[in-house]
Each structure stands twice: as structure tokens, then as C-alpha cells.
Design a protein around this ligand. Structure first.
Ligand SMILES: Cc1ncc(C[n+]2csc(CCOP(=O)(O)OP(=O)(O)O)c2C)c(N)n1
Ligand SMILES: [Mg+2]
Length: 575
């Protein structure tokens, strides 16, 4: 029996295969397998190696099956956290999964899965449900909301594909349809599994078909030729690289094109770290008028801007202050290809990149914009000076190394870290478009389960930490060792800056965050107020890779990063 190749696993092991191709067809017929076993087998073939979640009676028999399978369950403290963990796992591993019980678990997942949809993270959601035989005469079973389809109706809206398995005869086909869409579109998919179907063996024979998307060769050739002519004719060319290059595993193709032709690369905020920020062609983070002026001028003054896998979101494009004339843009994503005002269909992003890289293009060299001052300037520690977000980031710039992954929460953790210099690809994980608070700590769990060799450095605001920071409990239980920095500015700093006035709704209870390890039964806490203390804590945390470190950094209530000041200036007029 041939098997579906794990497209996710290929990227993790560093091979040059991309995620763009869906797994190839498995032709052997399936007979005598239960629906639960089939789902587990297909998850594994798609590259899922762990499932995050919390059990419940409607999903218990499937959990028991998972427990006996090569795909262990990583139990979490809350379902939304499990969703964030699965999302980060998917970003690192190529695909992730979360498994919960009906409605009380599933509906708690909505926000995390909405974020995964918005930011293209391929997460498979599996929910238990009342058995089909239990539903006759519409009884009031526990966890039911309105009718038995309520949760399915919600997830249909949040996912690229959804199924509530109500007919054993087509269950295998439905499972494949959802998984295929998740792999192909890099968006979440939903599979609702009634509890009396888990061990049921359908009596029909099923022959899997797994369609692989392909470019139309003539359209591809025309698109590559037109783009090639424009690149060859331009005097100044720049690439804006977006997050899809990471999701589809196309970083090598990007580098082949950029290095071959000598084209400088900027990235969007969501695409930050899609290439190493130490690469000689890296020209900075492009965020329209919200970003650094030198980078904005460099991009907007170019004759030709090549946007690759970039979402035109408000935060990516500096609240739409980006000044990009479509007439001088090539805009290629997994969903669309536009060269100036010409639109092309049926051209895969990877094929387009490979075609351009093979065209032997060369563009005139030009000086790149200077890097942010804090990236290269030596950091002069001022031991007595109170910690500020700007100086904390500058210190971290000299601390990051190849083994670390930076996870930045929504809030000034994200905006401040736009000035971090990321050494490698995939090293910066953040909900930089959907910007849900609560992502950071659970994401550290997900990233470490996916890649135990990576050490997350989590930057999280005090407000966000109070939402899902208790996922540290799972981190301690599993003996994982992220370094978590709680940026304690005594409340919702971002909101404070957006609207003049001192409102108590922006305050949070000041916790003794550094004392949490005592409650959790593991890890070390550090409380820091000065640069000297921060430096010491960072060094001790780094030297202790066996357990979680929690650094509680006191900041002034009115301390904000430069990037947040720039954002607030733009946004204040709207809120
Ligand atoms: C789940 C969620 N609720 C509310 C918001 C709106 N919001 C954006 S930033 C922010 C404040 C964040 O506070 P904190 O985590 O302490 O970070 P800081 O802004 O202080 O750096 C809020 C409430 C959000 N983005 N996500
Ligand atoms: Mg705060």
C-alpha cells in the first residue's frame, strides 16, 4: 500500500520540497477500518505528530484511540490555549491539530481558529459530538446549544472546509476532502465526529483520491515571460516577501530568485523572519508609513515592486498608508497573480517563483537602507537604569541565537519586537494580523512540542499573560524550558496610548508574576526593574535549559516602543 507523503514533514527536515503540492493520491481501497482509525492514519500521513486538546465524554473514545496511536495527545489547560498551541505547532511543523469535546470545548476554540484562518495556519479541528443514534427525537443532551448542527454551522464559517460526519458511508471521503483543503489552502478545517462513529467500520469500499493542484503550463509560461520582461527593464527592483512563502515552504525558491537576480528583499510584519534578517539582500521590514522611513522610501521609490505571498492587511501595509502603484507591482500569492493590471489564473506561486529563478535575470545593484541602529550598535549596559521596552529589545538583539524562536504577543511585545533582528527563517511567530491576545504562552508550548530543539523566547504583555499565561502549567508538567518575559506596564498599554485619558478599564491587577513558579511547582522566576537585573536574569535563564524561566520586567506605565508610537499616531484619528 503506498502512502500519502507528509508534505509537512518534508519542510521540517529541511528538504527543498514545498508544501504547495498536496499529498499524492493513495489508490489502494480501504476496507475493514474504523472511522476513528482512518482519521488517525490520515492525520499522520499529512504530517500531524501530536494533537492538542482536552477530553470530554463526547470525544473520549477517540482520545483513547489517539492514546494508543503514534499521535499522542498534549493536554492543555483551556481549549482556546490548545487552539493557539496547535496554530503555533502548525506554523513550525507545517500542519497541526486540536481535538475537543462538543460545544463547551469546540465553541471555546472559535477565536484561536479564527486567527489561524486569518493568518493561514493549517490546523485540523476535531470535535466529538453526540452519537447519531442518540439524536433521534431531538433530546436535550448536555452541551447542546440550539440544535445538533450549531457548532458545525459556526465552524463552517471559520474554516476552509468543514464536515459533520452524519453518514458512515461517505465518512472517509469527507475526512479526505477536509484534510486536502487544509493541506492545499493552509487554513483550518473542521471534522465533527459523532461518538458512535469512532469505532464503526463502514461496509462500503472507499478508494481515496487526492487531487494535486497544478499550474496551467501555457499561462505559467506567459506570466513568467511578462514578469521577466518587466524585471529586466526596471532600474530598481525590490521584493516584499510575505508569510505565505513560509506557509508553503517556498523560502528556498525566494532565495534562488533573489540571489540569482540580486534583488533586495523586504518583509511584511506578518512575514517577518521569512528570510534571515542577516541575509545580505535583506533590506528591512516594510510597513508603509508605520515603518522606518528609510525602508518605506526604498520600497516606494522602486520602479518595480514584487510582492510575493504577502497579504495586503492594514498592519502589514501600515494601516494602508503604503504607497504602492499597482501599475508598477507584480503581486503573486497562492490565490492570485497580477502583473501590473494583467490577471493570471491557475499559476501556482511556487511554479512562478521557480520559473523566474530559472530565467537568468539580473537587476542593477543599489545600496540597501541602513539597518535599525539597535541591530548593530554595541549595547552599553547601564546597570542602574530602569528597564524600558526599547532598551530591552536592544539587549535581546545581542542575545538571540540560532537556537531560539521569538514569540511575540499582540501589544507592545509585537510592535517593540519589529526592531529585533531575526537570524534565521521561521524564527519569529506572532499573531501579527489577527492580533489576538493570549496567543504567546500557548504558542510556546506548541512550538516546543513541534521542535524540541528550539528554545522559545516569549515576549508577552501583562494583560495578555493574565489571559492564557496559565498554560505555563502544561509547560512545567512537560519539563519544557522556554524563557518567558512578562512586560509589566500595569495594564493595557496599547489601549492607553490609543485614546487620551487615564481610564481604569485599562488597568489589570498587578500580579507577582515571578512567583508563579512556586504555584506551578516548577521553573524559576526573576523580578527585574533595572537593566543590570534584566541582564543577570537573562543570563541565568539562558544557562538553565532544563526548566522554564519567567522574567517579570517592570516597565513604566507610559513606556512605549517607537513602533507603537508610530502606530498610535495613525490609529488615534480613527478610534
Ligand atoms: C483577545 C483580545 N482582546 C482584546 C484585544 C484588544 N487589545 C489589543 S492590545 C490590548 C492591550 C494589551 O495589553 P498587554 O498585553 O498588557 O500589552 P501592552 O499593550 O501593555 O504592551 C488590548 C486589550 C485583543 N487584541 N485581543
Ligand atoms: Mg501591559
Amino acid at each position: 500500500m503506498s502512502t500519502i507523503r507528509s508534505s509537512a514533514a518534508t519542510r521540517v527536515d529541511g528538504s527543498d520540497r514545498t508544501h504547495e503540492q498536496a499529498a499524492p493520491a493513495r489508490r489502494a481501497a480501504v476496507l475493514g477500518k474504523s472511522i476513528g482509525d482512518y482519521l488517525i492514519e490520515r492525520l499522520g500521513q499529512c504530517g500531524v505528530r501530536h494533537v492538542f486538546g482536552i477530553p470530554g465524554d463526547y470525544v473520549l473514545s477517540f482520545f483513547v484511540k489517539l492514546d494508543a496511536s503514534p499521535i499522542p495527545v498534549i493536554g492543555c489547560t483551556r481549549e482556546d490555549s490548545a487552539g493557539f498551541a496547535a496554530d503555533a505547532y502548525a506554523r513550525v511543523n507545517g500542519i497541526g491539530a486540536v481535538c475537543v469535546t462538543y460545544c463547551v470545548g469546540g465553541l471555546s476554540l472559535c477565536n484561536s481558529i479564527a486567527g489561524a484562518y486569518a493568518e493561514k495556519s493549517p490546523v485540523v479541528v476535531i470535535s466529538g459530538a453526540p452519537g447519531l443514534r442518540e439524536r433521534i427525537n431531538n433530546p436535550l443532551l448536555h452541551h447542546k446549544v440550539k440544535d445538533f448542527r450549531t457548532q458545525y454551522d459556526v465552524f463552517r464559517r471559520l474554516c476552509v472546509a468543514a464536515t459533520d460526519l452524519t453518514d458512515p458511508a461517505n465518512a472517509f471521503r469527507e475526512i479526505d476532502r477536509v484534510l486536502e483543503a487544509v493541506v492545499r489552502y493552509k487554513r483550518p478545517g473542521y471534522i465533527e465526529l459523532p461518538r458512535d462513529l469512532v469505532n464503526l467500520v463502514p461496509d462500503s469500499v472507499y478508494t481515496p483520491k487526492w487531487a494535486s493542484p497544478a499550474s496551467n503550463p501555457d499561462t505559467l509560461a506567459e506570466a513568467v515571460a511578462e514578469a521577466g520582461r518587466r524585471i529586466a527593464a526596471a532600474r530598481s527592483v525590490v521584493i516584499i516577501a510575505g508569510v505565505e512563502l513560509h506557509r508553503f515552504g517556498l523560502q528556498e525558491q525566494l532565495l534562488a530568485l533573489a540571489e540569482g537576480a540580486g534583488i533586495p528583499i523586504t518583509t511584511t510584519l506578518l512575514g517577518k523572519s521569512v528570510i534571515s534578517e542577516r541575509h545580505p539582500l535583506f533590506a528591512g521590514l516594510y510597513e508603509g508609513a508605520m515603518g522606518r522611513e528609510e525602508v518605506t522610501r526604498f520600497v516606494e521609490g522602486s520602479d518595480l515592486v514584487i510582492l510575493l505571498g504577502a497579504f495586503m492587511t492594514d498592519l502589514n501595509m501600515g494601516l494602508f498608508t503604503a504607497n504602492l502603484d499597482p501599475g508598477k507591482c507584480i503581486y503573486a500569492t497562492s490565490e492570485t497573480l497580477r502583473i501590473s493590471h494583467h490577471h493570471f489564473q491557475d499559476v501556482l506561486l511556487g511554479d512562478f517563483l521557480r520559473g523566474l529563478a530559472a530565467a537568468g535575470l539580473k537587476v542593477p545593484a543599489r545600496p540597501l537602507p541602513p539597518r535599525p541602529a539597535c541591530a548593530d550598535a554595541p549595547f552599553e549596559l547601564e546597570p542602574e537604569r530602569p528597564v524600558t521596552i526599547g532598551r530591552l529589545i536592544a539587549r535581546l538583539n545581542h542575545f538571540l541565537d540560532e537556537s531560539m524562536v521569538v514569540i511575540a504577543e499582540a501589544g507592545d511585545a509585537l510592535f517593540g519586537s519589529t526592531d529585533l533582528v531575526i537570524h534565521r527563517q521561521t524564527e519569529f511567530i506572532s499573531p501579527a494580523y489577527y492580533t489576538s491576545m493570549g496567543f504567546g504562552v500557548p504558542a510556546a508550548l506548541g512550538a516546543m512540542i513541534a521542535r524540541p530543539d528550539l528554545r522559545p523566547l516569549v515576549l508577552v504583555g501583562d494583560g495578555a499573560f493574565q489571559m492564557t499565561g496559565m498554560e505555563l502549567s502544561t509547560i512545567v508538567r512537560r519539563g519544557l524550558a522556554p524563557i518567558v518575559i512578562v512586560l509589566d506596564n500595569k495594564g493595557y498599554g496599547t489601549e492607553r496610548l490609543l485614546h487620551a485619558g487615564d481610564f481604569s478599564f485599562n488597568d489589570v491587577q498587578p500580579w507577582h508574576y515571578h512567583r508563579l513558579p512556586e504555584v506551578l511547582g516548577g521553573g524559576t522566576g526573576y523580578e527585574v526593574r533595572s537593566e543590570g537585573q534584566f541582564d543577570q536574569a537573562l543570563r541565568s535563564a539562558w544557562a538553565d535549559p532544563r526548566q522554564m524561566s519567567l522574567i517579570h520586567a517592570h516597565l513604566a506605565r507610559d513606556d512605549f516602543s517607537d513602533a507603537l508610537h508610530r502606530l498610535a499616531r495613525r490609529l488615534r484619528t480613527r478610534v
